[in-house]
Ligand binder design. Structure first.
Ligand code: ADP
Length: 624
């Protein structure tokens, strides 16, 4: 027996003991898999005429043995595919499994992994998969009770395709698993979840029928069992717009893209023009666990006249809209289109550009009309939009800048740049921001205090990319971006400015001595009236901010060589200043130690690490 991987085991355990309320969705998952497998073989059948093209999915129930069987004549699986497809769950995500899921409920966890094949363990004690791959003479059987592991062995199977046999759990007081063997239940589930699957889903239905030839006044009935196609088979996007309900779209989305939650928004577009196509687009309610990793593959499912030609056509979505899921069906695409040709294909380009415009328009509409959901969406995918604005030297910044949101110190929630600018008081010429690791930490930055006191609205930049985005944007609506660290909020009048200038002048020698003690660590030491309670702060003197230094040095290939030019600012009103003045006169050696301690303190306040721990500790203990 082969063992499941550890994390797979945990997920299986969740499935088996799941209180997941929608146990019935296992059928939807198996039918979708069957349909996908047929899609693949149907595509081959266009070239290989030997393939039997009477595609169908058959569900049969064996009440005596408590078994439900789902059989398709799709592409099947090789031994190796059986092993890798059904032996591991979400392998790519295992690394982050523990960390990310500590606070999730079972339902969320199940959703996170895509419910898929394993959801069958919610209703079955044992699963057997018999499968024969296209072009293979050998068939294999995979068997598992979900708990310990699985076995794969050779078996007999006459035809290409996959047959899945579920031995259902015994009925309990709370749940009647045997219902799934009743044809009324099977047909209602197929109608509800899988109606638009494009291949017939057939099961034996038992009906009572009037016996032929029996008289009207004395009719006699007989029970017959005959195969019946349960689904209507019209793809959702081929139905007239008015007939498609939100529920249908939601079901379709969950079915097709293995999400357990409804999408935040569904978009149904029928485009007629130079290229004619139908598109169903969905904005998911949460990012897949691998969304921000390189394992995530964006793309839309591409059909040519109802035949699926590509599972994920990347070229249909720009990276920054990579979170959008959906299908596109066009009658203008040639069927034998290959991956390479696709990229240059004029039709595909035209569709991609239409889709991008549509997504963009729908997002703007959502922002205006459905703020709550837009904020949810931005919370999940906003980072992708920000990266999009910054990437390629800001090539797409104008398309994206109105979709961005940043946390406002004043509103205590995300706002758009347009909203910020609209609320700017008379006389404020710039958009203020402050960057840090978290909102809490930014709120405690020394420079923030004064700005808040003055009632300034500040955008808090918590994502590493934020400052890079505004560097690329340069301005919004004619207003430049300005870090609060570089802004003097304390000075209202020219007289105050003059006073600070004089103070700096008077303390020139002292400040010079401190600068000399710190050497290359700082570019300048000066007094500020910007600080309220803190004695010191560090600000950037050049193009690279302190937050950018942190971000750039934490990149995978960084060697730590990026350094922001730093200015040490000392509060002109703090009682440390007279102390420093005294030391300058009486004890220059001790002043050096004070300089070290103040500098390291300022680093810590900025969220930087102490630059020289040994020197810092010895200076501090000497002073004490
Ligand atoms: P998902 O469908 O989300 O990829 P599943 O756990 O449902 O996850 O299935 C895993 C994989 O097993 C599928 O991607 C597919 O390659 C394979 N598979 C499942 N069912 C079938 C089937 N009926 N025929 C052929 N391959 C299948």
């Amino acid at each position: 027996m082969k063992e499941f991987k550890t994390e797979s085991k945990r997920v299986l355990d969740l499935m088996i003991n799941s209180i997941y309320t929608n146990k019935e969705i296992f059928l939807r998952e198996l039918l979708s898999n069957a349909s996908d497998a047929i899609d693949k073989l149907k595509f081959i059948s266009l070239i290989d005429t030997d393939v039997n093209s009477d595609f169908k999915i058959v569900i049969s129930a064996d009440r005596e043995n408590g078994q439900l069987t789902i059989e398709d004549n799709g592409i099947g699986m090789t031994e190796q595919e059986l092993d890798s497809n059904l032996g591991t769950i979400a392998e790519s995500g295992t690394l982050n499994f523990k960390k990310e899921n500590a606070d999730k409920t079972d339902n969320e966890l199940i959703g996170q992994f895509g419910v898929g094949f394993y959801s069958s363990f919610m209703v079955a004690d044992k699963i057997e998969v018999y499968t024969r791959a296209y072009k293979s003479d050998t068939a294999y059987k995979w068997e598992s009770n979900g708990v310990d592991g699985y076995d794969i062995e050779k078996t007999e199977k006459d035809t290409v395709g996959t047959k899945i046999v579920l031995t259902l759990k015994k009925d309990t007081e709370d749940f009647k698993y045997s219902d799934f063997l009743e044809s009324y239940k099977i047909s209602s589930l197929v109608k509800r979840y899988s109606d638009y699957i494009r291949y017939p889903i057939i099961t034996d239905v038992t009906k009572s029928r009037r016996k032929e030839g029996t008289p009207d006044d004395k009719p006699e009935y007989e029970t017959v069992t005959e195969p019946e196609t349960l689904n209507s088979m019209v793809p959702l996007w081929k139905k007239p717009k008015g007939e498609v309900k939100d529920e249908d779209l939601n079901e379709f989305y969950k079915n097709e893209f293995h999400d357990y939650a409804n999408p935040l928004k569904s978009v149904y577009a029928k485009i007629e023009g130079a290229v004619t196509y139908d598109a169903l687009l969905f904005f998911p309610s949460r990012a897949p666990f691998d969304y921000y990793s390189k394992d995530y593959k964006k793309g839309l499912k591409l059909y040519s006249n109802g035949v699926m030609i590509m599972e994920k056509c990347e070229d249909l979505l720009p990276d920054y809209f990579g979170f959008v899921r959906g299908v596109v069906d066009s009658s203008d695409l040639s069927l034998n289109i290959s991956r390479e040709i696709l990229q240059q294909d004029r039709q595909v380009k035209a569709i991609a550009s239409g889709i991008e415009k549509k997504i963009s328009a729908e997002l703007k509409k959502m922002l205006e009309e459905d703020r709550e959901n837009y904020e949810k969406l931005f919370n999940e995918f906003g980072l992708a939009l920000k990266f999009g604005a910054y990437a390629d030297f800001g090539m797409n910044k104008d398309k994206l800048k109105d979709l961005l949101m940043f946390y406002s110190s004043k509103k205590e929630k995300p706002v758009t740049l347009a909203e910020y600018v609209k609320e700017m008081p008379e006389g404020q010429g710039e958009i203020y921001y402050a960057a840090g690791e978290s909102y809490e930490k930014i709120a405690k930055l020394p420079q923030i205090e004064r700005a808040k006191e003055k009632g300034a609205e500040i955008l808090f930049f918590k994502d590493g990319v934020d400052e890079f985005v505004v560097k690329v944007l340069g301005e919004y609506d004619g207003k430049k971006f300005k870090s609060v660290a570089e802004t003097d909020f304390s000075l209202d009048s020219d007289a105050e400015k003059q006073e600070l200038k004089e103070k700096n002048e008077q303390n020139k020698d002292l400040l010079g001595e401190i600068k000399a003690a710190l050497g290359d660590k700082v570019k300048e030491v000066r007094l500020t009236s910007n600080l309220k309670t803190y004695p010191v702060c560090l600000i950037a003197g050049g193009d690279i901010s302190i937050e950018m230094e942190k971000v750039l040095n934490s990149m995978p290939n960084a060697d730590g060589s990026v350094k922001a030019d730093k200015i040490l600012e000392i509060s002109s009103t703090h009682k440390i200043l007279p102390k420093l003045q005294t030391l300058y006169k009486e004890d220059k050696e001790k002043l050096k130690k004070y300089a070290t301690v103040l500098y390291e303190q300022a680093r810590v306040l900025e969220g930087l690490s102490v630059s020289d721990a040994a020197e810092f500790v010895s200076a501090l203990s000497d002073i004490m």
